[in-house]
Design a binder for this molecule. Structure first.
Ligand code: IVH
Length: 672
């Protein structure tokens, strides 16, 4: 039992804090703490007030159903109040709810309608003579906001009811919500425009419906499901909830197809588990399920306690958002060298598990959310998704909280970390050397469009790297047949085949070699451009950013990545080792020859199989002579090159009268 003085002090604190949260939630649509924290504060407040009933005040947050109406909108008084629901958090809570109802009704078993609890915004739609006359938010349950103009932009809400038989006045109640996909797309678009993003779909639905300009609401992908009603005149609705929902359907109102009739607490709990399993796959967010007594005469008998009915309960899923403290930020290096900041957290129970690490995505996200060390943060874990830090509770920032700094060197290999201007992702520049990137890099190095080492597949690379036999691409050329034959699932024959393939791959071309190095931002076509421009490897190794910027199609980001890559001693060492192992290529045609762009301005399309070269080789050849290769025939195509078994492109070329050349003709065009 707390002393009266202590209780008074704590009550003042709790009320002030809850009032602040209410304001941020209902008026600003910008909550700073997760619902779970709000619920905890509210529970503490209610418990203290139960203990000291003499201290309850009329303006205590516990005495209200919801938030106040924002002054910008007109007020709507609900003829039938919009109630809230009591919560159940465990199987026992649900069994208790069912038992109390059975006792009061003196019934053996009760039929319930079980519904997903949508995480959106409750709305009341008033239809007069079947025409939508007004839309109102719940507000504090008694008085809401008039959002008619906005509601009218939601396509899922009929402006006129279908069919016939509806009461003269019908207030349909339900949830306006934003599907997960729409929420993600909207946040992406807002972020791209540099505008404030929303923290969750419910908050977004609320924010969208309470826009002062209905044109903005109209652009938001809002949906609606009906699940209750208010004023009905004359009251000739069917006598079961399930039947009313059926009527709603027939009048063109959307009713959630997941809604089911179940029997007893058992039926309710089975539904809870089934929906829980399905939750991630549902296209909208839910935070639990709702059970409602189906028979309306039973409901009347059960009545209400305070502001919630005795005939319904919300069975909540474990909270997916919780607060905790950010202790440190570590950087993890991924397969592609990208550095991902990871939050080290004070362990917290969220989404049904204890979480002590969460992703922070990248530096941009950290800066955008202004996350600092020691901050109290909101952590979210939804389904099987990796936990993430959603936001900072600014009110709890400790004095002097330090910003998160991007490390200057890679925590795995010590190479420089680069983050080109304007890029969100920071990367380790030790590509050829960094252990974190080894497997991915070697896989790329050996791939068909790089050095094309036949038989060196993912599984084998995995083994070679894990056993420490291959650390850099240069090690591939030191492999022996004996070493290979000793590996799992490797016969002598396949070992020898691989040795042959490796020997063959040594003789490559400069563009392929450059592509194989896996320099970030350097794909096949940039590799070709670089090879043509520099003619040899050495001048490229020495090129600074400015020199690189002079290369056609090379912009600042690409130039920075290339310069950083070749600047790393580790990478240069690996290149040296590759050359020493015998990797070579024919000299590129001298610049003068390169200048002889005999196919400049000509667009080619290839179809069918050529006998003397692969399609890639043909493509490379055309490009090296200044031509372009396109995937489909159009009026702008200059030549269609036809091999054996050509496809539909041939017909298309004939139709458009595009010149068609066979393999011999093509060889004459490209010269020796
Ligand atoms: S029934 C008297 N059914 O939950 C019962 N509410 O805590 C009135 N909600 O404000 C509500 N899905 O925003 C009901 N299927 C559902 C619901 C649902 C979501 C929300 C609604 C309401 C809150 C009640």
């Amino acid at each position: 039992m707390s002393s009266r003085r202590d209780a008074e002090k704590r009550l003042r604190e709790l009320r002030a804090e809850l009032q602040q949260h209410n304001y941020r939630y209902y008026v600003l649509d910008e909550p700073s703490v997760p619902d779970s924290e709000y619920d905890r504060l509210m529970r503490e407040l209610k418990a203290l007030e139960t203990e000291h009933p003499e201290l309850v005040t009329a303006d205590s947050p516990s005495q209200r159903v919801g938030g106040a109406a924002a002054p910008e909108f007109g007020e709507v008084r609900h003829a039938v109040p919009m109630l809230s629901l009591d919560n159940a958090f465990s199987d026992e809570d649900v069994q208790d709810f069912d038992r109390r109802a059975r006792e009061k009704l003196e019934a053996d078993a009760i039929e319930y309608v079980a519904e997903p609890k949508l995480d959106g915004l409750a709305i009341s739609l008033r239809y007069e003579d079947g025409v939508l006359a007004r839309g109102a938010t719940r507000g504090d349950g008694t008085t809401g906001e008039d959002v008619t103009a906005n509601v009218r932009t939601v396509r899922a809400i009929p402006l006129k009811l279908l069919s016939t038989g509806w009461p003269k006045v019908l207030e349909v109640r339900g949830e306006v919500y934003m599907p997960k996909k729409g929420f993600e797309a909207l946040n992406k678009a807002l972020a791209a425009r540099g505008e404030k993003t929303y923290v969750n779909p419910r908050n977004t639905a609320a924010g969208s419906l309470r826009q002062l300009d209905p044109r903005i609401t109209a652009e938001r992908p809002l949906e609606f499901y009906a699940y209750a009603w208010g004023e009905v005149q004359p009251d000739k609705l069917p006598r079961r909830h399930s039947e009313v929902l059926e009527k709603f359907r027939s009048w063109g109102l959307r009713v959630n197809p997941e809604i089911k009739t179940v029997e007893g607490a058992e039926g309710c709990l089975a539904y809870y588990r089934a929906i829980g399993k399905k939750r991630d796959r549902l296209p909208y967010e839910i935070d639990g399920v709702v059970y409602k007594v189906d028979r309306l005469d039973h409901r009347e008998e059960l009545g209400f306690v305070a502001k919630a009915p005795r005939w319904a309960v919300a069975h909540k899923f474990p909270a997916q958002e919780e607060m905790t403290v950010l202790k440190a930020v570590d950087f993890q290096v991924g397969r592609t060298g990208a550095l991902t900041p990871t939050a080290r957290l004070e362990p917290v129970f969220v989404g049904g598990v204890t979480v002590s690490n969460a992703t922070l995505h990248n530096m941009d996200e950290i800066e955008r959310k202004d996350i600092r060390l020691g901050d109290t943060v909101v952590v979210r874990r939804a389904g099987d998704v990796i936990p993430e830090v959603v936001s900072v509770v600014m009110e709890r920032r400790p004095k002097g909280a330090r910003r998160v700094a991007l490390p200057k060197i890679c925590p795995v290999c010590g190479s420089d970390v680069v983050r080109p201007e304007g890029e969100a992702v920071a990367r380790c520049s030790g590509g050829l050397y960094c252990a974190a990137q080894r497997k991915e890099l070697i896989r790329h190095f050996a791939s068909r469009r790089a050095l094309d080492i036949e038989g060196l597949g993912d599984k084998l690379i995995e083994q070679l790297v894990d056993e420490g036999i291959v650390n850099t691409p240069a090690d591939i050329f030191k492999l022996t047949a004996k070493q290979l034959a000793e590996l799992e699932r490797m016969g002598e024959k396949s070992a020898q085949n691989l040795m042959d393939a490796i020997a063959k791959a040594k003789h490559t071309t400069l563009p392929r070699f450059l592509h194989a190095l896996g320099i970030p931002e350097v794909g096949e076509s940039t590799a070709l451009t670089l090879a043509k421009h520099f003619g040899a490897l050495e001048p490229l190794l020495e090129a600074d950013e400015e020199t690189l910027l002079a290369v056609p199609d090379v912009g600042p980001v690409v130039a920075a990545e290339i310069a950083a890559f070749f600047h790393q001693k580790h990478n240069r060492d690996v290149i040296k080792a590759l050359r020493k192992a015998g990797v070579d290529w024919p000299a590129m045609p001298k610049r003068a020859a390169v200048a002889e762009q005999t196919l400049a301005g000509k667009t080619f399309v290839l179809t069918g199989t050529l006998a003397s070269m692969t399609r890639d080789e043909a493509k490379e050849r055309i490009q090296s002579l200044g031509g372009k290769v396109s995937g489909s025939v159009s009026a702008k195509t200059h030549y269609l090159v036809v091999g054996s078994e050509p496809g539909s492109k041939l017909r298309e070329a004939e139709r458009l009268k595009v010149p068609v050349v066979d393999e011999d003709g093509f060889r004459r065009l490209i010269g020796p």
